[in-house]
Ligand binder design. Structure first.
Ligand code: NDP
Length: 277
């Protein structure tokens, strides 16, 4: 039987993961199957039953998407440091009866920025909006890229204060609310890691944060010019991009963790990318 993998989420109809992983498997000649599973929202613990059943039938690993990332993390036997900081897992692997959890969202985002977009973060002023799962997962990979300064802004300031305190001493980090941004000047890279774009909303970010020769990165993908990207464009920013590259890069990290071989990503990104306008 082929090695079995799956993505689990709810809803799951929109997922691109089976396509991405089947393209990776073709390219790297891996004999595996990859399906999408709609995880049950109730009763309690039903998600865990789905994961355990998949493993007991010979499953090798799963990608996990909303709303199950926290539950996947909680049920793991072993967790990576970045998953622990995020409090969330987006990938699990079954090995010797144990459930191993990792989170490749942040490292996928950094790889898209630094490798695909050729924008090294070293010495740059970086602003990240949001303090949810994606922002938490990005924190350590961002610091590892050695920006001059990483400012993280969130609506709920207590959340971003706690997040930044959890990695105190590991880099030049500042937590703040949106009202502080006016006085913090321009940034080379502004990353929208809020979920505002999913509902067509704009985080209350002032246009003064953008540098015309800088970059605005939207984590959401397939939504065209979101209000955030439109604000950046109107502020004169040429480099605006969405999160499709991050999606493919985090998938490549998961694939490499499972299969021991890293697939090429650029053709897959080109295939999935939708023009912003
Ligand atoms: P969470 O639900 O964990 O976090 C949501 C965050 O958004 C919180 O910080 C919240 O602030 C903030 N927020 C929500 N609405 C607004 C608003 N109107 N104004 C300002 N802030 C707002 O979401 P995730 O971290 O899981 O996801 C964030 C985004 O990243 C989504 O768009 C998701 O699709 C995308 N994503 C993309 C991936 C990719 O591969 N490209 C992978 C993972 C995520 P507060 O705490 O104040 O409520």
């Amino acid at each position: 039987m082929k090695d079995q993998y799956a993505v689990v989420g709810n809803p799951i109809g929109h997922t691109k993961s089976p396509l991405i992983h089947s393209l990776f498997a073709q390219e790297t000649r891996q004999d595996m199957s990859y399906t999408a599973i709609e995880g049950p929202l109730e009763p309690r613990n039903a998600f865990q039953d789905v994961v355990r059943t998949f493993a007991s039938r010979g499953g090798k690993g799963m990608n996990v998407t909303a709303p199950f990332k926290l539950e996947a993390f909680a049920m793991a036997n072993d967790r990576s440091e970045r998953a622990t900081l995020a409090g969330a897992a987006n990938t699990v692997k079954f090995e010797d009866g144990r459930l191993l959890a990792d989170n490749f969202d942040g490292i996928g985002l950094v790889r898209d920025i630094e490798v695909n977009l050729r924008l090294p973060m070293v010495g740059k002023r970086v602003l990240m909006l949001g303090a949810g799962g994606a922002a938490r997962g990005a924190l350590l990979p961002f610091l590892a890229a050695h920006p001059a300064e990483l400012v993280v802004a969130n609506r709920d300031v207590s959340k971003v204060d706690a997040l930044v305190a959890s990695v105190a001493g590991r880099g030049p980090l500042i937590a703040c609310g949106y009202s502080d941004l006016e006085r913090l000047g321009r940034f080379d890279l502004v990353v929208n890691a809020t979920s505002a774009s999913l509902t067509g909303d704009l985080p209350p970010v002032p246009p003064s944060v953008f540098s015309p020769d800088g970059t605005a990165y939207e984590l959401a993908y397939g939504k065209g010019l979101t209000p955030f990207l439109r604000l950046a464009r109107n502020a004169g920013v040429h480099g605006v991009t969405d999160g499709v590259g991050m999606l493919v890069e985090q998938a490549a990290e998961a694939f490499a963790w499972w299969r021991g071989v890293r697939p090429q990503t650029s053709a897959v990104i080109d295939r999935l990318a939708i023009p912003l306008d």
